[in-house]
Design a protein around this ligand. Structure first.
Ligand code: FMN
Length: 211
């Protein structure tokens, strides 16, 4: 089958776009407002896009019934954020933190999680998450929006520090079987890593990462 986005003539019961770009890592993003309220929400339009220096990006789409998304507003106000890894054990808390709460609600509390301030950035991290990336805002790039009333933006961050729980390491490497990150698929579906395989890169590519 083929369809054009302008015509939207896929003829399927649900828009297939998000089901076509899978799996998407979940950036579980924690921030603090200028007035000092902690905030936490999952974003699956998320990825790492560079490693030297390490950089991440996420997409903020639309807005809440009460106004702009807290995460984007807080990042623009403070210039910092933390990306936490959402794991199988934390799946219900991750989902709970997506509730469109009012800005004065702290989703660490509503989702039953513990917050600890970042060491290099003034934003909280999820203590229960085995990996957290402390980030400084690099750039907010406004994107086209089909709804003139709501904002779409790509938010680029530079990773300045990383927390890793030693329990997710095997022989000094982050072990996905121990980390058990969850990822977003289309519709209501998620994936969790159960199988891992390795391939040797041709042309000396592995040397760059020290393998
Ligand atoms: C797994 C998952 C992934 C999500 N990904 C995105 C995303 O990439 N972009 C977005 O704007 N909203 C996304 N959302 C919705 C936000 O989490 C939701 O709007 C949240 O209330 C935003 O909170 P905030 O206003 O505190 O930033 C996602 C929700 C879930 C459950």
């Amino acid at each position: 089958m083929f369809y054009s986005i302008d015509e939207n003539d896929h003829g399927l019961p649900f828009n297939p776009f998000k089901g076509c770009v899978v799996p998407r890592p979940i950036g579980w993003i924690s921030t603090r407002s200028a007035s000092g309220v902690n905030n936490l929400a999952p974003y699956s339009f998320f990825n790492a896009i560079s490693d030297n220096p390490p950089m991440v990006v996420y997409g903020s789409n639309g807005q809440q019934p009460h106004g702009p998304k807290d995460t984007l507003r807080n990042i623009e106000e403070t210039g910092v954020f933390v990306v936490n890894v959402a794991t199988w054990d934390l799946r219900d808390a991750m989902n709970a933190s997506s509730h469109p709460h009012l800005p004065e609600v702290d989703e660490f509390q509503s989702a039953g999680l513990s917050a600890e301030m970042g060491r290099l950035v003034a934003a909280p991290r999820v203590v229960e998450s085995p990996i957290s990336l402390e980030c400084r805002l690099h750039q907010v790039l406004d994107l086209p929006s089909d709804d003139p009333a709501s904002r779409n933006a790509a938010v680029f961050g530079r990773v300045v520090a990383i927390h890793i729980d030693p329990q997710v390491l095997t022989n000094g490497q982050v072990d996905p079987r121990k980390l058990r990150p969850i990822a977003r698929l289309g519709y209501r579906d998620y994936a969790v890593i159960n199988d891992v395989f390795a391939m040797t890169r041709p042309g000396g590519g592995d040397a760059r990462i020290g393998l």
